[in-house]
Design a binder for this molecule. Structure first.
Ligand code: CTP
Ligand code: MG
Length: 216
């Protein structure tokens, strides 16, 4: 049995809609509903923890009606939000997913479900363009894109281990931008990469919105 934490407690500052971007509607359905509905339909997920801002709580609760859904409150950073969500997780394995990623491929999820039984894993995508460091608008070092990978979600873990990793990060006052890095750095353990569907984009800017309007 699996749990999934779906993060919806951000502000959507970069998209600048004036409200939380996960509540934007495409084809009469909010961005958040796309991922929550996916996991509601998969019988292997018996626990879905949605992490929300107090401000959006009523609106989000009205969208869903399932005994499998639990609500946690978000924090200032994504890391705080995940930490709060983890406190409600009771199953052996947990997937952590950005609510801002509505396009979920069932084949990716099938691979994650299988892989997490033996190792922590994360969906990734290859870097398609050239990559370099810059400083004050001047190119500095060129990086070989073959050595780099873009990290996406879901990211999946053995629940007890990721809880431990988050406790350590809190204790050591370390900040990270995703869950695999918390796991890898705090526990000094490996995370397996799984190349996922390219359409699994994170709604961040208006450009992403245009793409999602086309593919959802
Ligand atoms: N998130 C969260 N709690 C936070 C910050 C982010 O639950 N304190 C969630 C967002 O709701 C989103 C996911 O984490 O689903 C990825 O974050 P991001 O794309 O950065 O969303 P926002 O923080 O909302 O956007 P922005 O950074 O532009 O303000
Ligand atoms: Mg953010």
């Amino acid at each position: 049995m699996y749990s999934v934490i779906i993060l919806a407690a951000g502000k959507g500052t970069r998209l600048n809609l004036g409200y939380n971007k996960v509540l934007y509607q495409i084809k009469n359905k909010t961005i958040l509903e796309y991922s929550v509905d996916f996991f509601l339909q998969d019988q292997d997920f018996t626990e879905i923890v949605i992490v929300v801002n107090k401000h959006d709580e009523i609106q989000i609760k009205e969208l869903f009606n399932s005994k499998n859904i639990k609500i946690a409150y978000g924090g200032i950073t994504r890391q705080d939000s995940v930490y709060n969500g983890l406190s409600l997780v009771t199953n052996k394995y947990v997937l952590i997913h950005d609510g801002a990623r509505p396009f979920i491929d069932y084949k990716d999820i099938a691979r994650i479900k299988e892989t997490v039984k033996t190792e922590a894993c994360v969906l990734v995508q290859k870097v398609k363009e050239s990559l370099a460091k810059q400083s004050f608008n001047k190119l500095k070092t060129y990086l070989n894109r073959e050595n780099y990978i873009l990290l996406k979600t879901p990211q999946a873990f053995f629940t007890e281990k990721i809880k431990k990793a988050y406790e350590l990060a809190l204790k050591n006052d370390n900040m990270y931008t995703d869950d695999a890095s918390v796991y890898m750095h705090e526990l000094n353990e490996e995370v397996t990469t799984i190349e996922g569907n390219e359409f699994n984009i994170k709604l961040t800017t208006e450009f992403d919105l245009k793409i999602l309007e086309e593919i959802l």
